[in-house]
Design a protein around this ligand. Structure first.
Ligand code: NAI
Ligand code: MG
Length: 399
């Protein structure tokens, strides 16, 4: 049998550390693949002037499925200062390679599941009606439109004259902003297309169907942002009626959702939102289940099948310099589980998740974040597990 090929993109900082541990766990689960490493990140910006070299894009084009660690991004000036002196006058501008991957491959569907592990000391707790402590078990899957909306990149400060003139034809623009000099105006657009809105809604409803969730919640603000949020909600209503009558459709406003989040997080199933609100609501839910050490994600294009799986956290450069790594590898390992599910290896994903669940519930092996310690090098002396020890504990449960 031909072994499956997976593109690994460790990137920078702790991305390299956690990806290595995830591969060891995949190995221990019996998953067999050839891993082909793709160059990505800061090193390649500094050396070649491109943090996402074409050879890495080609690799992903060929093999379709990628595991990504994390990258370091720095502001424009800092990036230029670290660029190889021989490349400095070539007019190169740094841009985030993960955003580059999203755009190049049109990875428009972003899924961020947030599920509590029983016994995780970082789980959200609240008081019940009689003052008792209640620990709601959260199990939501957030679908975030990944390529459009406020992150679509269509924006200007001091917009070109044609753009300004076009805006002036809108009565609201004229009334609310017509008084301001053009050069003092910044515009960031929020553009939704029917096609991409349909795709993210479809992905959300299908996920609910397949995984036994009762409801899909559109988390936008259609009463105020009438066109974009309004279009998404209207399309969701139609879709639910015609294609998914057995799934309940709920509608929340992003601001109210942030408040309800801590009141009844256990009531939500699948949540779907545009790019910015999806980013916000997924970080908020991640906070209820343990934060960055537990937050995983998938980004994919349903047409081409290209998919990249990554933890939500970044490269945490300070931590990468520690002799013994202390960061939590679970977010990366969970991302690897999402990859297994994506390629249809659900049994192995389930086994790994069960192994994580056991380690968390037992509570003997905990990384510093799970002990609520400040992330200094001395946490190991205080009883925290290292990154490797956490992965080892999960591997022991797998065997
Ligand atoms: P970060 O996520 O790298 O780290 C923030 C803090 O979260 C850390 O200081 C640490 O306390 C904690 N943390 C992160 N991962 C953890 C883990 N696995 N276990 C335990 N604790 C963990 O975000 P920060 O510091 O804002 O950014 C650092 C670099 O990462 C920047 O250059 C930024 O641009 C980049 N970044 C990259 C992302 C990506 O690759 N997708 C996402 C976010 C930031
Ligand atoms: Mg975010």
């Amino acid at each position: 049998m031909v072994k499956r090929k997976i593109v690994t993109m460790p990137g920078d900082g702790i991305g390299r550390v956690v990806l290595e541990e995830a591969l060891r766990v995949l190995d221990a689960s019996g998953f067999k693949a050839d891993y082909i490493e793709g160059d990505i990140g800061w090193e390649f910006w500094c050396r070649e002037g491109d943090p996402l070299p074409k050879r890495t894009i080609d690799l992903l084009e060929e093999h379709r499925v990628g595991l990504f660690g994390a990258i370091t991004s720095k502001p424009k000036d800092a990036a230029l200062a670290e660029l190889d002196p021989g490349l400095r006058d070539k007019g190169l501008v740094y841009s985030s390679p993960i955003v580059g991957l999203r755009q190049h491959f049109g990875l428009d569907i972003c899924l961020r599941p947030c599920k509590s592990y029983f016994g995780n000391p970082l789980n959200f707790i609240r008081r019940g009606p009689h003052g008792e402590i209640v620990e709601p078990m959260v199990d939501v899957a957030i679908f975030r439109q990944n390529t459009e909306g406020l992150y679509g990149g269509v924006e200007w400060t001091n917009p070109p004259q044609q753009v300004y003139d076009a805006l002036m034809t809108h009565p609201k623009f004229k009334t609310n902003f017509g008084w301001a000099p053009k050069e003092d105006i910044s515009v960031s657009t929020r553009i939704f297309t029917r096609k991409m809105t349909r795709r993210i809604l479809e992905a959300a409803f299908n996920h609910a169907m397949k995984n036994g969730y009762r409801s899909v919640t559109v988390c936008e603000k259609p009463n105020v942002i009438r066109e974009t949020s309004g279009m998404m909600y209207k399309m969701a209503v139609e879709m639910q009626k015609n294609e998914f009558p057995h799934i309940e459709l709920w509608n929340t406003n992003i601001d109210a959702q942030m408040m309800w989040l801590t009141k009844n997080p256990e009531d939500y199933g699948v949540i779907v939102a545009g790019n910015m609100f999806g980013d916000i609501v997924s970080d908020a839910f991640a906070g209820l289940i343990g934060g960055l050490g537990f937050a995983c994600s998938a980004q994919y294009n349903p047409d081409t099948g290209v998919a990249v799986f990554e933890p939500t956290h970044g490269s945490a450069p300070k931590y990468a310099s520690y002799k013994v790594s202390i960061v939590n590898p679970i977010a990366m390992i969970e991302s690897a589980c999402m990859m297994l599910e994506y390629i249809g290896d659900n049994d192995k994903a389930l086994r790994i998740r069960n192994a994580i669940a056991k380690v968390v519930a037992e509570g003997k092996v905990r990384t510093y974040d799970m002990m609520k310690l400040t992330g200094n090098q001395d946490v190991i002396d205080k009883g925290a597990a290292s990154t490797r020890e956490m992965a080892d504990a999960i591997i022991r449960e797998l065997k």
